[in-house]
Write a protein that binds this ligand. Sequence first.
Ligand code: PFF
Length: 476
Amino acid sequence: MEERKGFASNFGFLMSAIGSAVGLGNIWGFPFKMGISGGFTFLIIYLILAALCGFIVMVGELALGRKTGKGAVASYQVLSKKFKWVGWLGIVSAFLIMSFYCSLGGYCIKYVVLNFGNLFHAGFGSNGLDGNGIFGALMTNQTESVIYGLIFVVLTMIIVMGGIGGGIEKFCTIGMPALFFMLIVVIIRAVTLPGAVEGLKFMFVPGYALSAGIIEKAPNFLTVLSTAGGQMFFSLSLGMGAMITYGSYLDKKQNIQKNAIMIVCADTMIALMAGLAVLPASFALGGAGASMAGPKLLFVTLQNVFDNMGAVGPVFGIIFYLLVVLAAITSSISLLEVIVTHFVDGDKEKGKPDHRKKYSIIASILIAFLCALVCLDGLGSNGIWVPFQSIVGVRGFNDCWLDFFDMISEGVLMPLGALLMCLMIGWEIGPKTVESECNIEGNKLTCMGLYTVCVKFITPLLMLLILGGQIKSFFF
Ligand code: PFF
């Protein structure tokens, strides 16, 4: 049987795992959700959840992946009879998340091109349209949005075809430091704009969104808890096997506890930095009534910001949207890898040769169809969702395919997957299974006492609250 090739260095692993975690969720999900959910209060709750749920699940996923040396589905199958089906939730989530991730990633590529157009006063620039006009035109131009979505799918596929060490690790080792550097450049520009302080207040001052009239009603505790929890799972790429998959390629010498702490801290730090890059500028230059929510923040408000910056605007526009494309690709490759690893390992088990390229292409074709559906729908602009509205007519999404796929994956499958994993570790295979994998080659899980209490009681309980809050928010 061919050897299973993994990450060449711990740095390469870290960049890839942080690359998976840092994505679209950090760049607009976190700053916006923090602003409307009580600013600093949300941050404290997020940090507590990241420590008591995020870190615990991260250590669990990395350890189980490395112990079995297999992808999400096979890891569960090896470890437990009762939970052997849980890995499949990860495969389903990966397809669903990819559907909207690739279409949003495609829009970001379009905005890089658009800002190049503005820089050179070419015909493919804004052409006198404001942010709303540009985005509206893209949403209703189905051919263009599908083409950009498919470009993003193809880029993801090419990197994954290169394998863990040859494609993913190489790309992330260059891409993540570049992303960090570009983020610093954008932050320096954003926080030195006149009026930027309003954006900082939105993010950090408790109750600011309410007093400034951005939201009508203060959210209650359970809502904040489930918003923070849902955001945390999505942002840390947990609950769907991505970290099990990356963990399965991690060298036995490496320290799991240390790596988990670094991934959680880096992801949270970059989410906060993204807030510093995005919100002050939106408040300063986005104009009165600028939208702070969802895709509009990224594609309407921020494009207005770059258009209002004068001659340097397109340069910052290019840097910013390129940064977002990088963040999105380093995440989408980990999603595709969850699927590809599963099939590659299956073949290996049967003694067949490595068909990584074939599986990357087949999975990408399926993803391309889902992505095309989301692009054709244009966030509900083209009415493709309408016939389904009456069948799945619940309140939690804005009448479009993107929200529907997001609701099932981020809202239900990811917290559910993480909850089931904790129950398996806590009550079936035992926390010692995780400890024994962490304590090899002289490394140690130093917080074993806390780990046991969390994985058995605290984490599942918090996750039930998060899941309950999410499901409730779809209906009420
Ligand atoms: N963590 C990514 C983000 O914050 O955008 C999204 C994501 C990537 C979720 C990979 C799940 C995953 F497996």
